[in-house]
Design a protein around this ligand. Structure first.
Ligand code: AMP
Ligand code: ZN
Ligand code: FE
Ligand code: FE
Length: 279
C-alpha cells in the first residue's frame, strides 16, 4: 500500500516539467506509483519509466487520449496497455496529426478576430511536443494579445470561446476498443462538470472500465456524485492531480492529490486477465 497519482502531464504534451523532473518529484514525495498521462502521446511516459528504473517508484503505462463523441472532445485515460501494440501506436500517430490540423483551424478562427498567430510560432512554443491549446495560449501571451494564459483561454481558447471546432480524433467507442485490444483499461477523465448523468450512462454502455473520481476540478459534491455513479455501475475508481506545472511555485502542489495504490493493483489484475484472454 502507498500513494499513487494517475494523471500527470509532462513536456511531451502541454506540461512544463520534464518526465525526469516528475520522477524526482514523485520520489521526493514518497509516491509509490505514478502514471504519466500526456495528451495523445506515450513518449513522456516511456521516458519516465526509464528514469524510474532502479528506484522505489513504479511508472505504469498511461496516456490521456482525446476522443470524438458526436463532435465533442471527450478525454479518456488509458492504463496498463501494451505500449508496443501496433494499433494504439497507429492511433496516437493519427492523433498527433489531428492536433496539428485542429491547431490550424483554431489559428484561422483567431485570424478572423484579427489575431495573427502562425503555425511556426506555435510549433516553436511546443518545441517538439504534442501540440495543444496551451501552446497557442503561450504565443498569444508572448505577442501581447492577452496579459495572461488565463485570459487567453477565457477570451479565445476555452470550449465556450471556440465553439464547435472540427476535429479528426478517433471516436470514443473505437478508442475504447483499441485500448482494450492493447490489454489496457479505459477510464473516463475528469467527468465532474463536463457530462450529465445520461451522458455518463452512455459512456458506460460504450464500455469504459473506470472513472476518474478524484480530480482537482471536482469539489466535494461532484466527487461524491461521481463516486456513487462508479459504485452503482461497478467502475474502477481512479484519481490524480492532472499536474501541468513546474518550478518552485508549482512543486508544492505535486504529491498532494493522491489515491491508494491498491486501486492500481486491482487495475493491474484486471488488465493482466484481459491480456491473457486476448492472446
Ligand atoms: P487541447 O489538448 O488542445 O484540447 O488542450 C487541453 C488542455 O488545455 C487541458 O489539458 C488544459 O491543460 C488546458 N485547458 C483547457 N481548458 C482550459 C481553460 N479553460 N483554462 C486553462 N487551461 C485550459
Ligand atoms: Zn493538458
Ligand atoms: Fe483532460
Ligand atoms: Fe489531463
Amino acid at each position: 500500500m502507498g500513494k499513487a497519482d494517475l494523471h500527470i502531464h509532462t513536456t511531451a504534451s502541454d506540461g512544463r516539467a520534464t518526465p525526469d523532473e516528475i520522477v524526482q518529484l514523485a520520489l521526493q514525495q514518497n509516491l509509490k506509483m505514478i502514471a504519466v498521462t500526456d495528451h495523445d502521446t506515450i513518449a513522456g511516459n516511456l521516458r519516465a519509466q526509464k528514469a524510474a528504473e532502479g528506484t522505489d517508484l513504479e511508472v505504469i503505462p498511461g496516456v490521456e487520449i482525446t476522443t470524438d463523441y458526436d463532435g465533442r472532445e471527450v478525454h479518456l485515460l488509458a492504463y496498463f496497455f501494451d505500449p508496443g501494440h501496433q494499433e494504439i501506436q497507429k492511433m496516437l500517430r493519427g492523433h498527433k496529426f489531428a492536433r496539428k490540423k485542429r491547431a490550424q483551424w483554431i489559428l484561422q478562427q483567431l485570424a478572423q478576430e484579427g489575431l495573427d498567430v502562425t503555425m511556426n510560432e506555435v510549433k516553436a512554443e511546443a518545441n517538439g511536443s504534442n501540440l495543444g491549446r496551451p501552446h497557442i495560449a503561450a504565443v498569444l501571451v508572448d505577442k501581447g494579445y492577452v496579459a495572461s494564459f488565463k485570459e487567453a483561454f477565457i477570451r479565445y481558447l476555452s470550449n465556450e470561446a471556440l465553439g464547435a471546432i472540427p476535429n479528426q480524433y478517433v471516436s470514443l467507442s473505437n478508442v475504447i476498443s483499441v485500448v482494450k485490444k492493447a490489454g489496457g483499461a479505459a477510464v473516463l477523465a475528469h467527468p465532474g462538470m463536463m457530462y450529465s448523468t445520461e451522458e455518463m450512462v452512455q459512456f458506460v454502455q460504450e464500455g469504459i472500465d473506470g472513472i476518474e473520481v478524484l480530480h482537482p476540478s471536482h469539489h466535494y459534491d461532484l466527487q461524491k456524485k461521481v463516486d456513487e455513479f462508479a459504485e452503482q455501475n461497478q467502475l474502477i475508481k481512479t484519481g490524480g492531480s492532472d499536474f501541468h506545472g513546474s518550478g518552485e511555485a508549482y512543486k508544492k502542489y505535486f504529491g498532494v492529490i493522491t489515491i491508494n495504490s491498491n486501486v492500481v493493483e486491482r487495475m493491474r489484475k484486471m488488465t493482466d486477465q484481459r491480456k491473457r484472454l486476448s492472446v
